[in-house]
Design a protein around this ligand. Structure first.
Ligand code: NAD
Length: 251
């Protein structure tokens, strides 16, 4: 397949490239420069013309772009970027879109008091945190497009991504409290990338709707969240169970 990746030059991007590069033709895009053997050019997710141009000839769009802090830019990238991506999909007849974000796009602060088997199809309550809210708007924009266009959007939600070997979380900082505690929603980089790879193979017409949201993370003993849907519909199985993190160290 010809696969366009928006925001390919971030932390998750290289893992997704590794998971896809042997079987797919990749077109990587981001706002900055990237040394790569794959086709690469700059494309601003917030710029409709650039996204439409980037999507020409593609079969799939994967959106890894994100801007977490600045109010205007967060809206432009996380929400408007989805509008641009879906417009590009319509324009080029692309039927498969994989969008990404953090779990609190769905299960924001109001879910903190609920503590068992929260799935991705609960009523979405992102709260007012800029990152969650703008990503949630983006997800809703994608969903609305699927009501009137034959496009399937799979929204894959992650949280604390880490490397089980080095114990590093994003930006290379070591994870705190190894053997003592773990954020109740954690996944390895390679398993997150593998879920995105699985989304390229899903038989779309077998999905319950053209807009489906997935929580993606391994089984964690407290079972606060459920990734059952990702396993069932994406056919994804995590390789890294992360038990070295949640098993308590002997004192
Ligand atoms: N890293 C995590 O722990 C984490 C946790 C939860 C969810 N996610 C989700 O995973 C996806 C990838 O995250 P990441 O960790 O790679 O983020 P990142 O911040 O490392 O990378 C994001 C990329 O988006 C690019 N970008 C920013 N503005 C852009 C624009 N206008 N146009 C195009 N690209 C732009 C950045 O240059 C960067 O390369 C995101 O959807 C994010 O919400 C990541």
């Amino acid at each position: 397949m010809n696969v366009l990746i928006l925001g390919a030059n971030g932390e998750l991007g290289p893992h997704v490239v590794r998971a896809l590069e042997h079987r797919h033709q990749l077109r990587l895009t981001d706002i900055n420069d990237l040394e790569t053997q794959h086709e690469y050019f700059r494309a601003d997710a917030a710029d409709l013309d650039q996204v439409v141009a980037a999507a020409e000839g593609m079969d799939v769009i994967i959106n890894l772009s994100v801007l977490r802090k600045d109010r205007r830019l967060a809206f432009d990238v996380n929400a408007r970027g989805c509008y641009n991506m879906m417009t590009a999909a319509v324009e080029h007849g692309i039927r498969r879109v994989v969008n990404t974000g953090p779990f609190y796009v769905v299960a924001g602060p109001t879910y903190e008091r609920f503590d068992h088997m929260i799935g991705p199809d609960v009523p979405h309550q992102p709260g007012t945190y800029l990152y969650a809210l703008t990503k949630s708007l983006g997800q809703e924009i994608c969903r609305v497009f699927t009501e009137s266009h034959d496009i399937h959007v799979m929204d894959l939600l992650f949280y604390m991504l880490l490397d089980p070997e080095t114990h590093n979380v994003e930006s290379g900082s070591p994870i705190a409290n190894v053997g003592h505690d773990l954020v109740p929603y954690t996944i390895s980089w390679r398993d997150a990338a593998e879920a995105i790879r699985c989304a390229l193979y899903v038989e779309m017409d077998k999905l319950p709707s053209r807009s489906e949201v997935f929580f993606v993370f391994p089984d964690l003993p407290h079972q606060k969240f459920s990734s059952e849907k990702a396993r069932r519909l994406l056919g994804w199985e995590p390789k890294d169970q992360l038990d070295q993190f949640w098993k308590k160290a002997k004192l």
